[in-house]
Design a protein around this ligand. Structure first.
Ligand SMILES: CCCCCCCC/C=C\CCCCCCCC(=O)SCCNC(=O)CCNC(=O)[C@H](O)C(C)(C)COP(=O)(O)OP(=O)(O)OC[C@H]1O[C@@H](n2cnc3c(N)ncnc32)[C@H](O)[C@@H]1OP(=O)(O)O
Length: 170
């Protein structure tokens, strides 16, 4: 994991059990969103996904934010095999049918195009093992510039949180 002095050394590496996990999930070696990589099929990466009841938004149906987060995760993973230093630039989700909680789901994700730092990726979510789409997503990813996190920290250091701001001059 990157330390405070070299945030740009941050890159996803397989966890103890071989999973590719984000920085928040890696210490516990489990994806809190319920996403498990399940292999490749033609151009698609396949993921087994279950929405825990705690992520419900309506009665026994998934919160749309959980669906978007799952897509963000799998779309990054689709490109991660080639490029470990990515960020999401844009993400568009189509919510087509309610997504049930506590039901096995399948998500297929693929790279549609790649030019330089720019990646276009897409994914679809169905009931497992297949069926009509419940939701689909498209995203544009960027390969991070080498100083991405350092630039962010430099930018932030000049914008302290309000309680640290200097009192107004009397
Ligand atoms: C938190 C990171 C996690 C990464 C993990 C990924 C690996 C996956 C791993 C494992 C499986 C788990 C999956 C998890 C997946 C999660 C993926 C995410 O959700 S990533 C988080 C959400 N996305 C962002 O935080 C991007 C925020 N946006 C940006 O940083 C920029 O807009 C960016 C890089 C997308 C722009 O790229 P350009 O190529 O279009 O343009 P340019 O020239 O680089 O920058 C344009 C302007 O944006 C600002 N900007 C760009 N980068 C900046 C930076 N680092 N700090 C401050 N400002 C920046 C500056 O104003 C700049 O203009 P001036 O250079 O000043 O003229």
């Amino acid at each position: 994991m990157a330390d405070a002095h070299d945030a740009d050394a941050f890159a996803i590496e397989p966890s103890a059990s071989g999973r590719l996990l984000c920085g928040g999930c890696a210490p516990d070696d489990v994806c809190r969103l319920g996403v498990e990589a399940a292999g490749a099929r033609d151009r698609d990466l396949r993921f087994d996904v279950v929405c825990a009841h705690s992520w419900h938004g309506g009665p026994d149906v998934a919160h749309g934010g959980w669906i978007a987060a799952v897509f963000d995760d799998v779309l990054a993973m689709a490109a991660l095999r080639t490029e470990p230093r990515l960020v999401t630039k844009s993400l568009a989700v189509e919510y087509l049918r309610p997504v049930p909680v506590e039901r096995p789901l399948t998500v297929l994700a693929r790279i549609d195009a790649h030019h330089g730092r720019r990646w276009e990726v897409s994914a679809r979510m169905t009931l497992a093992p297949t069926g009509p789409p419940l939701a689909t997503a498209r995203a544009e990813l960027r390969t991070r510039r080498p100083d991405h996190f350092a630039r962010h920290r430099d930018w932030l250091v000049h914008r302290p949180p309000p309680h640290q701001a200097l009192p107004p001059e009397s």
